[in-house]
Design a protein. Structure first.
Length: 418
């Protein structure tokens, strides 16, 4: 790193630390704008719907300002329209929009494949390759500033919520992982939850160890707060036993006992698919507890994975559990969905055909494409949560990823067709 870049990075980090958590991103972007002589610099955060960006601004109530307001805070939603902003996130590459006397640079703010938002910078002079690389690297650093500071404030979460949450929705949101997407050297993973009008108790989760990836998709019985509380029991139990080092069958047995013993509504249960992937070998243990069977996309064909049958978690306190196993090959895609993707009007969706049509998409875009397809046939208001998790297996756990500004370009989705 040359001395000038080192000074820029040091000033930005100092600015982030000196500012309050609410103002840290603005402080960093100001420093960046000064360093690169930008006319304006802004951070646009990804909306929780995954279908828009949100421009956050601090505008006194007496001043003009469009958008959703909370005191002096203003959130302006910018829906995706296939333009440069959406292309930048989709392809994970910097986009430059040329106008008569200015150049607008849009750089994805990404960490391990999670598209957090965009860095938008307006320049008076045409940026060369060196400047664009600097902006891309800084956008990557901005991802860490956002991740670090959103722990301390509700501002970012408020800005991302285009639609207010119910109490059950709030509980459900807290059960989901902090990042919906993760890229590792051997895999790429992304999950998505399209909530019903009355929350249906769906969740997904994952955790990475040194040589293993744990993941789960669960669906608690019922709707509303009761379902969300049952889901809390199940996810809490699975995380607790996983963190104790329990094997997959032991995790299921513990969750079965905890849900059956502590559910607020007698007779509550949870269907689930639990997975444990050995990142060195590709051997994936899978346990199906009364859930929709997982799907494997291999060589352009989709097949249902046959697994030992088990009762849902919490249905019978004395139930025993068995897991199955599959060895993944490079290029395989594992797909786990909840029944909200398969029942009622959603059953009209031909998932195998859909999976073939989105085979080249990064899991981040693939889960959203499937959710959009379900909304098209069953929406706009879903009768049940529709949740899915897509895991791509690449192999090569011992190797390093080849990344640029927080993403592996070789795995990114292609640009949208004109």
């Amino acid at each position: 790193m040359d001395s000038s870049r080192g000074r820029i990075v040091a000033r930005m980090l100092d600015a982030a630390e000196d500012a309050s958590p609410v103002e840290a991103v603005e402080a960093v972007t100001r420093e960046l704008g000064v360093a690169l002589g930008a006319r304006t610099v802004a951070f646009l955060i990804a909306d929780l719907s995954g279908r828009a960006l949100v421009r956050l601004a601090h505008v006194p109530l007496g001043d003009a300002g469009e958008g959703r307001r909370h005191g002096d805070e203003v959130a302006t939603v910018m829906p995706f329209d296939g333009g440069p902003a959406e292309q930048a996130l989709r392809t994970q590459s910097v986009q430059v929009v040329t106008q008569s006397d200015r150049w607008t640079v849009l750089a994805p703010v990404t960490d391990r494949g999670e598209a957090i938002g965009l860095l938008e910078m307006v320049l008076a002079d045409e940026p060369g390759p060196g400047v664009l690389n600097e902006i891309a690297r800084t956008a990557h650093m901005l991802a860490y500033v956002v991740i670090a500071n959103r722990r301390y404030t509700d501002l970012f979460e408020w800005g991302q919520r285009t639609t207010p949450f119910t109490l059950s929705g709030e509980i459900q949101r807290r059960l989901l992982p902090a990042s919906f997407t993760c890229e590792g050297s051997a895999f790429t993973l992304s999950g998505w939850l399209e909530p019903a009008a009355s929350i249906g108790g769906d969740t997904f989760d994952y955790s990475i160890g040194r040589d293993v990836l744990h993941f789960s998709v669960t669906d608690a019985m019922g709707h509303g707060v009761a379902s969300a509380l049952t889901a809390t029991l199940g996810v809490g139990s699975l995380r607790n036993s996983r963190r104790r080092g329990a094997a997959l069958v032991e995790q299921a047995a513990a969750a079965n006992a905890d849900v059956s013993g502590h559910a607020a509504v007698p007779g509550s249960y949870i269907t689930a698919v639990l997975g444990r992937l050995d990142l060195r070998t590709g051997v994936c243990a899978l346990l199906n507890a009364g859930h929709v069977p997982p799907l494997l996309v291999r060589d352009g064909q989709t097949e249902v994975l046959p697994l030992p049958a088990n009762f849902p978690l919490g249905m019978f306190p004395e139930a025993d559990y068995r897991a199955g196993e599959i060895t993944l090959r490079p290029g395989d895609r594992l797909v786990v969905v909840t029944d909200g993707m398969r029942e009622r009007d959603a059953a009209k969706l031909d998932i195998p055909t859909m999976l073939r049509s989105i085979a080249d998409l990064h899991p981040r875009e693939a889960v959203r494409a499937l959710a959009d397809a379900v909304l098209e046939v069953s929406g706009p208001t879903l009768p049940d949560d529709a949740t899915l998790l897509i895991l791509d297996w690449h192999s090569g756990h011992s190797g390093d990823r080849s990344t640029s500004a927080g993403a592996d370009q070789a795995r990114a989705s292609a640009a949208l067709a004109d």
